[in-house]
Design a protein around this ligand. Sequence first.
Ligand SMILES: C[S@@+](CC[C@H](N)C(=O)[O-])C[C@H]1O[C@@H](n2cnc3c(N)ncnc32)[C@H](O)[C@@H]1O
Ligand SMILES: [Zn+2]
Length: 273
Amino acid sequence: MKIENVIKKFNKELDYSCPKCKNLAKINNISLKCINNHSYDFSKKGYIHLINNYKDSKYDEKLFKARNYVFSNGFYKQLLEEIKKFINERKSEIIVDLGCGEGYYIKELKEKYPETYFYGLDNAKSAIEYAVKYDKKNPYILANLANIPFSDKTVDLILNILSPANYEEFVRILKDDGLVLKIIPSSNYLKEIRNLLEIDDYSNQETIDQLSKFADIVKRNLVGKTYTLSKEDAENFLKMTPLSFSKEISEKHIENLKEITVELEMLILKLKK
Ligand SMILES: C[S@@+](CC[C@H](N)C(=O)[O-])C[C@H]1O[C@@H](n2cnc3c(N)ncnc32)[C@H](O)[C@@H]1O
Ligand SMILES: [Zn+2]
């Protein structure tokens, strides 16, 4: 991809934050450059790489390929529609998806809201490379949640979907009236895979307790349903989840996974200052 076409997707007026020293950085020619002259080049591969000493993530290409299948087949469409409803309710100029994976949500959202800037950020190269291959419109950043390259109070809405959070960074980058839309699993989420792989039941109470230290929950609702699976669906569901990171997936597992529950909690968070 031509460098100009990569840079075009980024908002040049916006203040960024240097991933090295956290001082003000601006887009300057083909780089992101801070006031201390730390410089990061945009890549012809279609994104900007902001991780010093990058280490491979356990989230690999196989996982994102399987996630892409699952998304393309509509299993998370209901959640996407709920996210759209929320975005409709308030005007946002800058929305960032932190831990965006292969970019399913912002790719779809950009079609509906072409005037809004949607940024995708993830620390897995395979995620970002998958995203830029299929999403030609949004800007993508390879970066860590501990060093989010947006300047203080520049972001209207953070999407944080089934991904870790860094509330210190979230509160720094959000505008005063900014919000976080956080998606966490319900106790029923992918329960059929837990049963099959003999993984303990899950409760999100610990996550809720933890985030309540940093945020007030403005709204909380449950989204999802149970689907019947084809063999191909089953195989991709088994490969798309970190639940199978430490397990060997066999043909028998695939044959025995007949149904899947995609039930998630959508939380709207107002962060405490
Ligand atoms: C379960 S996936 C969810 C991805 C995507 N939001 C989705 O729903 O398909 C979790 C994502 O968080 C990313 N992630 C984990 N730790 C991260 C960190 N410290 N900084 C940035 N991204 C991180 C992973 O690379 C992975 O893409
Ligand atoms: Zn710097």
